[in-house]
Write a protein that binds this ligand. Structure first.
Ligand SMILES: Cc1cc2nc3c(=O)[nH]c(=O)nc-3n(C[C@H](O)[C@H](O)[C@H](O)COP(=O)(O)OP(=O)(O)OC[C@H]3O[C@@H](n4cnc5c(N)ncnc54)[C@H](O)[C@@H]3O)c2cc1C
Length: 417
């Protein structure tokens, strides 16, 4: 019976909270164990896009050559630390081997399914009207400096249109009419009205407060460092605050899921992909629509309460220290597209780690060796967007209900684990 289940979630990011939400809806008693504070990982300072149209996997044909070209031009958001790290090397090789059309098509169809599922579930959550987080439905403007790239997006758009996710092409003048905060020397844009945005730290706080009021237990500053297993079941977890027993467990530790899973002798192919953001007060003029700056692969997100530049992808281990060069890249990128790239007041410079899988698909599955443990990680660039779909799938799996969409694409066994 769901209402007799006592469930412990490892990791208090947006994925852990979403799992708690759906499990508690079914009557489960839930506890989150978090090594720092809830929402202190990647879920804090990300770009805040509910990017439901982003069905195309990162590992798509041409991705590697495009990044090499950007690196030569000095505009690449990618940095790979040159050091001997076997796991990272293997991960990168696997990523490159997935840059094929067959994977592109298969993963897009599978991503479409979970993204659409998540969109519908977010609609239900926001319909209640009790989560205040600067949520807005304004779509996304994909902005291009280079006319060739603007034309080149046509092929992507033809593919997206097959899923009814097509963008509308706007020339320079129409783009500037729609978004006057962009500089006059852009080539044009592609616009969709489907995507949404919000302030991620406000979402985490509001959602956490709502769940705590309903009985969610949160244990912060508590690091999980081991598991006690008996008869294929996790009985207790070992933490910096002692042992915790539960009927079932969820591993939702984001980019840190792989080191936690090592305590279970489980190899998760999840690499930390470091990203940065700078949050400021609103510049003048401030955009009203989130803008994806195509050639720089970075995002400008405006809210009524502020403005954020976010992006970059570093494969350099688990450090979250700030590199001034990466922060400057964000400011330079915005400078190339926006009339006023920065607000007067810098509110926060931030970096954290995305949980990246080499096929750019999340892992949402039971542990192969532990009957009462579900793993929910590997959401890469889309963890905020995929949170509701993931939370509902995890809840249905743990409470032994039929999942509403197929969970096969997210199975851990696809890695040969
Ligand atoms: C710059 C940037 C921009 C992004 N923009 C977007 C966007 O616009 N839209 C989108 O959908 N996604 C975006 N993302 C991705 C998104 O932020 C992540 O996919 C998502 O936050 C992952 O959520 P999570 O809950 O899995 O991980 P996290 O939020 O990182 O949470 C994991 C938690 O587990 C805790 N933990 C780790 N180890 C342990 C342990 N041993 N014991 C206990 N707790 C532990 C951590 O402290 C952390 O709080 C962006 C990411 C970055 C970096």
């Amino acid at each position: 019976m769901a209402d007799s289940k006592n469930i412990t979630i490892i990791g208090g990011g947006i994925i852990g909270l979403a799992c708690a939400h759906y499990l508690m809806n079914e009557g489960a008693r839930v506890r989150i164990i978090e090594k720092n504070e809830v929402g202190s990982g990647a879920s804090h300072g990300n770009c805040g896009l509910l990017y439901f149209t982003d069905i195309i996997p990162l590992c798509s044909p041409g991705a590697v050559s495009k990044e090499i070209l950007r690196t030569l031009c000095g505009t690449s958001p990618l940095y790979i630390k040159p050091e001997m790290d076997f796991n990272r090397f293997f991960w990168l090789l696997k990523f490159a081997s997935h840059c094929r059309y067959t994977h592109y098509r298969k993963a897009s169809i599978e991503k479409y399914e979970i993204l659409t599922y998540s969109l519908n579930l977010f609609d239900q959550i926001f319909a209640a009207g009790d989560i205040q987080c600067d949520f807005e439905k304004k779509g996304i403007l994909s902005v291009f400096k280079n006319p060739k790239n603007l034309d080149g997006f046509q092929a992507t758009n033809d593919f997206l249109s097959r899923f009814n996710l097509g963008y509308k092409r706007l020339d320079r003048d129409d783009t500037l009419d729609l978004e006057p905060a962009l500089s006059a020397d852009i080539a044009g844009s592609w616009y969709n009205e489907i995507d949404q945005h919000l302030k991620p730290d406000r979402l985490v706080k509001a959602w956490k407060d709502k769940l705590v009021a309903k009985g969610l237990v949160i244990v912060e500053n508590c690091e999980v460092s081991g598991f006690h297993i008996h008869n294929r079941k996790v009985k207790t977890i070992r933490t910096s605050q002692g042992q915790f027993a539960s009927d079932a467990f969820v591993l939702a530790a984001g980019a840190w899921s792989a080191p936690v899973a090592e305590h279970l002798n489980l190899l998760l192919p999840v690499q930390p992909g470091k990203g940065y953001s700078i949050t400021m007060d609103r510049p003048d003029p401030c955009p009203e629509i989130p803008c994806m700056l195509y050639e720089r692969n970075m995002v400008v997100t405006p809210w009524k309460s502020g403005y954020r530049l976010g992006g970059t992808m570093e494969f350099s281990g688990y450090g979250t220290g700030l590199n001034p060069r990466r922060l400057k890249k964000l400011l330079d990128g915005a400078g190339a597209y926006m009339k006023a790239p920065a607000g007067d007041l810098c509110l926060e410079e931030w970096a954290s780690l995305r949980p990246m899988t080499y096929d750019d698909m999340p892992i949402i599955d039971r542990s192969p060796d532990h009957d009462n443990l579900v793993i929910a990680t590997g959401h890469g660039m889309l963890g905020l967007t995929l949170a509701t779909g993931t939370g509902k799938l995890v809840s249905d799996m743990l409470l032994e209900k039929k999942t509403e969409i197929s969970a096969t694409p997210y199975r851990i066994t696809r890695f040969g684990t």
